[in-house]
Design a protein around this ligand. Structure first.
Ligand code: NAP
Length: 294
C-alpha cells in the first residue's frame, strides 16, 4: 500500500500503444496463471482490482488456466470496469469447432461480449504449425469471430519453438505475439529478438513479453529490479507478468513507475551468471529450460 506522497506507487503508470490496436497499454500486463487456483478467489479479485487501481489496464488469461477459473475470476474483477480495460485470452484448440467452443466458454466466463485479443496458445513444433495453418483450423474460427465482431484482434503465443512462430507470423495475418523476453532467456541463449520480433515488427504487430521473472525463478535472485529493467528495454510493448500477491504486484508496479534506465553493459555478465545458476538448480518448475537448450 502507498504510504507517503513520495511513494512511486502514486506515480502514473507508463503506457505504450499496442500497434494495430490503438490501445495505450500499461507497460505491465497482469497475467493469469497464478491467480487461477493458487490463491483463494477473494484474494485473486482483490489483486486484480488493486492492479487496476495502480494503472494496469491490460490483462492476460487463457481458457486453460485453472480450467477456466482464471477467466472466471478476471470476469468477477472487471465488473463495472470493462470499458477501461484490454482483455486477452487464449485457446489451445487447433480445430475450428473446438476453438469456437472455447470462445463461447471464454465469453461466458469473462462476462465480456467482445474479447479484445485471442492468442493461438502455446504454438508448438512443425506438426502443430501444420494444424494451425490447416483447413477448418483455429485460425478460421478466430477470423470468423473477428468478422462477426466477437473478438477484435488475433495473436499467437509460444515458449520455445521460435521457427514455428516466425513461419506462422509470416503466413497468417496476425495482430500480436506473446513470447519470452526475460533475462533468464538471454542467459541460456534462446532469444526471440533475432528473427521473430523483427518479423513481427515488419508487419506492424504488437509484441507482448512474458518470462520476465523466469516463471518464478526470480525469487532466488538478489532483486527483481534488474530483471524488470532488462525486459522493459527490449523491443516489447507490454510485459505480461505473473504475481500471486498484492505485495509482488506492488513491487513490480513500483519499479516500472520509476521508469528505470537500461542495464549497463557492465551489469549484464553478473546477472546472466545469476540467472544461469538459478536455472541450473531449478527443481523442474514450469519448464526445464536448460535441458531443452544446453
Ligand atoms: N502464452 C503462453 O503460452 C504463456 C505461458 C506462460 C505464461 N503466460 C502469461 O504470462 C504470465 C506470466 O507468466 P510467466 O511464466 O512469464 O511468469 P513470470 O512473470 O516470469 O514469473 C511470475 C512469478 O515470479 C514470481 N514473482 C513475481 N513477482 C515477484 C516478486 N516481487 N518477488 C519475488 N517473486 C516474484 C512469482 O513466483 P511465485 O508464484 O512462485 O511466488 C510469480 O508467480 C502468465 O500469468 C500468463 O498470463 C503465457
Amino acid at each position: 500500500m502507498a504510504t507517503s506522497s513520495s511513494d512511486p506507487l502514486l506515480l502514473p503508470m507508463p503506457c505504450r500503444e499496442l500497434p494495430r490496436t490503438g490501445w495505450r497499454a500499461s507497460r505491465l500486463t497482469v497475467g493469469g496463471v497464478k491467480w487461477d487456483s493458487h490463491i483463494p478467489e477473494a484474494e485473486a479479485v482483490a489483486l486484480l482490482r488493486r492492479a487496476m487501481d495502480l494503472g494496469v489496464n491490460t490483462f492476460d488469461t487463457a481458457r486453460g488456466y485453472g480450467k477456466g477459473e482464471s477467466e472466471r475470476r478476471l470476469g468477477l474483477a472487471i465488473r463495472g470496469r470493462r470499458q477501461d480495460l484490454f482483455l486477452s485470452t487464449k485457446t489451445t484448440e487447433r480445430s475450428r469447432d473446438g476453438a469456437l467452443r472455447d470462445l463461447d466458454a471464454s465469453v461466458e466466463a469473462l462476462g465480456a461480449d467482445v474479447i479484445d485479443l485471442i492468442y493461438v496458445h502455446a504454438l508448438d513444433d512443425e506438426e502443430d504449425l501444420r494444424k494451425v495453418l490447416g483447413r477448418d483450423s483455429v485460425l478460421d474460427a478466430l477470423r470468423e469471430a473477428r468478422e462477426a465482431g466477437r473478438i477484435r484482434f488475433l495473436g499467437v503465443s509460444g515458449h520455445w519453438f521460435k521457427d514455428s512462430m516466425e513461419t506462422l507470423i509470416r503466413e497468417a495475418d496476425l495482430d500480436a505475439i506473446l513470447l519470452p523476453v526475460g533475462l533468464f532467456n538471454r542467459a541460456y541463449g534462446y532469444s526471440y529478438f533475432d528473427a521473430v520480433v523483427p518479423a513481427a515488427r515488419e508487419r506492424g504487430m504488437a509484441v507482448l513479453g512474458m518470462k520476465v521473472f523466469g516463471a518464478g525463478r526470480v525469487k532466488h535472485a538478489a532483486s527483481i529490479e534488474p530483471y524488470l529493467r532488462y525486459s522493459l528495454h527490449q523491443d516489447v510493448d507490454s510485459l505480461v507478468i505473473g504475481c500471486d500477491s498484492i505485495a509482488q504486484l506492488e513491487a513490480s508496479v513500483r519499479a516500472v513507475k520509476c521508469e528505470p534506465p537500461p542495464l549497463r553493459d557492465a551489469e549484464l555478465p553478473g546477472l546472466e551468471a545469476e540467472a544461469l545458476a538459478i536455472t541450473r538448480s531449478w527443481d523442474k518448475g514450469e519448464f526445464d529450460w536448460v535441458r531443452h537448450y544446453r
